[in-house]
Design a protein around this ligand. Sequence first.
Ligand code: GTP
Ligand code: MG
Length: 334
Amino acid sequence: MSAEGEQYGSSEEEDMYSDDGQEMEEDEQGEAPAAQAQPVLGPKEWVGLASMPAATQQALLNALGKLRGRNVNEMTVIFIGKQGVGKSSTVNTLLNERVAPSSPFQPENVRPLLAGRMAAGFTLNVLDTPGLLEGDSVSARGLMALRAALNGRKVDAFVFTDRLDTWRVDNADRAIFTALAENFGAELWERTILGFSHAQTTPTDGKPYEQFVAARVEQYRAAVRSTLGMKNLALPYVLIENGSRCKTNGDGEKVVNDKPWVTDMVSTMVDVASVGEGYEYDHSKAGKKLDPNNKHKIWILPLFLIQVFVLRPLLIGQIKRDVKKAESKAKGKK
Ligand SMILES: Nc1nc2c(ncn2[C@@H]2O[C@H](COP(=O)(O)OP(=O)(O)OP(=O)(O)O)[C@@H](O)[C@H]2O)c(=O)[nH]1
Ligand SMILES: [Mg+2]
């Protein structure tokens, strides 16, 4: 977290983002086209805030005001998780703008995306990242995109997003928990909020809603803590409902279980942001394992050398001896 505005577009990787949250097109060489290579970078006025219900606007400004009270004028949050769990939709709902592409049918964004928004002298930076799963394994591409998003930037809170209505934490999920810790350090998890989308789900087991939520949250927390061997991880949680049928209260605010959830989410982010100095990606400590499928590649060269310099000469020697034997046998017969 920093009290001063960061430089946008100051690094090579910054070219991956645009200031309005739209992904930049790639040309055939995979580079940003010249016309867009140097967009006017920097946070924009948070126009979406003005069209939120007055009660939400006030509550958000109050929540962010807690940081301003500590002389901090900026907060950076980043959404991570598998494909299709609602990361982009949540970014859009949070900013009340359609900045991130979202689709029910296919993985949407393959590159990270940054949207910086200013209101009342405060800058909120929101980052959306591509899904972290490819087939049944952790996506190396997803991890690389996340690294690009983290590089050179202090992050105040991560929102690890998943659906409330999925009743599983499987091996692929656990592999993602581990890959994040291995590649980006366990500190990432100390700044992580669990974000459950589809929170307007009706409990299927007939349990009261609160119990249903508590069970899913505890299941998730236990899985993360046990996978990482970090039993004291706090892992606060927030409930999210991006659907157009999200209930609203008398003030027109989107609510889940009667609570205005956007405000609740931002307050939780502020609480996490208020602790310590924020997360910074440490290149030297992590990053060598970005390809989770790379683990055994270290053996390729030694095995190749053994094959060329040991096995092959042995085999050729044996073949020569066999040929000689066969020839002398044939001579003997004559
Ligand atoms: N009902 C409901 N639908 C949601 C919610 N969040 C997301 N969706 C829908 O789920 C689908 C996927 O959502 P996205 O926001 O694109 O998911 P994502 O995590 O960004 O996916 P990738 O970019 O592919 O990693 C879209 O059709 C959304 O409309 C939610 O809270 N409630
Ligand atoms: Mg997305």
